[in-house]
Design a protein around this ligand. Structure first.
Ligand SMILES: Nc1ncnc2c1ncn2[C@@H]1O[C@H](COP(=O)(O)O)[C@@H](OP(=O)(O)O)[C@H]1O
Ligand SMILES: [Mg+2]
Ligand SMILES: [Mg+2]
Ligand SMILES: [Mg+2]
Length: 352
């Protein structure tokens, strides 16, 4: 009998929603009044660390034996005895405890005592929680992967970012949850922001607005707007190559540039025709926490995600996806024409 992952889904939703409250409140309190860029221990660092601590602490209560592959670790925090870093650790401690002890949320369960009754955790316990994310990953068994703030640069600009959590079992993504605090439910109504995407292997992908309790199943079809979805940051994905691809495919609309795995959610709900991420140089290896949840959102909505040669992504190689040939997500009907256009664009740019 196929596993339903009901408990894992419930816990992941709770953890992501709590981390989203934390990151939004850090942005509202600190980024908006411009304390962010004034020193290098910036609020985004506080938000990254605290959000990873919260997610890890919740996973530890529900699934104490599951390893975690998380983006952040505490090397710099532990290796620096300055007053500034002490302040940073104090802020992590209060932010994480506040987030863990917030009133009950969707996904919470008294069984693992998250909510107002959660015992207050010490700084050491929270730093240890962050460092549970140091696992090297690998091909077998269960592991969670966490990106506490994906799209840090978008977060700092007040634009798109995502809190991402996925469960991988024997190299296959089984549960993917992405919280997008700044994503409008509908682009025509930008004030109604905050979307949670949830996917479970074999059970489809759903979108739930933060406001209200409704949820809708997502189905990716080839008739979505003919525009590409790509990174806002030109250092993360080649804008030049995607422009060539657009021309070859006859796409006239400008690409929608969004930070983070919000792009995968946007693709799953039909905001664009393809997630396109082509390397800007050689040597960068994509990280599993930047793609695991998004991969499942798109495939469970009926789409496909591969590298630019058509090979599936491998989540069992460790903390990275290994060799990097770009990443493409789209409706199955569009896949071969997009891959062909990329090959042609690559040839053209090699000649240029
Ligand atoms: N040279 C590079 N090429 C591709 N991705 C990169 C990169 N340098 C950093 N990144 C990743 O790009 C992610 C953001 O993705 P996007 O460009 O889609 O918004 C970053 O996640 P974090 O913001 O979590 O560090 C980081 O992991
Ligand atoms: Mg990331
Ligand atoms: Mg991150
Ligand atoms: Mg980062």
């Amino acid at each position: 009998m196929a596993l339903t992952y009901a408990l894992e889904k419930q816990v992941a939703i709770s953890a992501v929603l709590r981390a989203c409250s934390l990151t939004s409140s850090v942005f509202n309190k600190l980024v908006k009044n411009e304390t962010v860029t004034k020193n290098d221990k910036s609020p985004v660092t506080v938000a990254d660390y605290s959000a990873q601590a919260v997610i890890s602490a919740i996973l530890a209560r529900a699934f104490p034996d599951d390893p975690i592959v998380g983006e952040e670790d505490t090397k710099t925090l532990r290796g620096d005895a300055s007053a500034e870093v002490q302040l940073l650790k104090d802020r992590i401690t209060s932010l994480a405890n506040d987030a863990l002890r917030e009133p009950l949320k969707l996904g919470d369960d008294k069984a693992w005592r998250i909510g107002p009754d959660t015992p207050v955790l010490t700084t050491e316990e929270l730093l240890d929680a962050i460092d549970r994310g140091n696992h090297p990953g690998g091909p077998s068994g269960r592991l969670w992967t966490v990106d506490p703030i994906d799209g840090t640069k978008g977060f700092l600009r007040g634009e798109q970012y995502a809190v991402c959590l996925a469960l991988i079992v024997d190299s296959e993504v089984k549960v993917g949850v992405i919280g997008c605090p700044n994503l409008p439910v509908d682009w025509n109504n930008p004030e109604d922001k905050g979307v949670l995407f949830v996917a479970v292997k074999g059970q489809g992908t759903e979108q739930r607005p933060f406001s209200g309790s409704g949820s809708s199943q997502l189905k990716l079809s080839a008739s979505t707007p003919r525009r590409l979805l790509e990174s806002y940051e030109s250092g993360h994905s080649s804008h030049g190559l995607s422009e060539r691809v657009s021309k070859i495919l006859g796409i006239t609309e400008a690409p929608l540039r969004l930070d983070s795995q919000v792009k995968y959610g946007a693709l799953a709900r039909g905001d664009g025709m393809s997630y396109m991420r082509m390397p800007t140089g050689v040597g960068y290896k994509e990280k599993i926490w930047d793609h695991a949840s998004g991969n499942l959102l798109v495939t469970e909505a009926g789409g496909i995600v591969t590298d630019s040669r058509g090979e599936p992504l491998n989540f069992g190689l460790g903390r990275t996806l290994g060799e990097n040939y770009g990443i493409i997500g789209c409706a199955k009907e569009d896949h071969s024409s997009i891959l062909k256009a990329i090959a042609q664009a690559q040839q053209e740019s090699a000649k240029a």
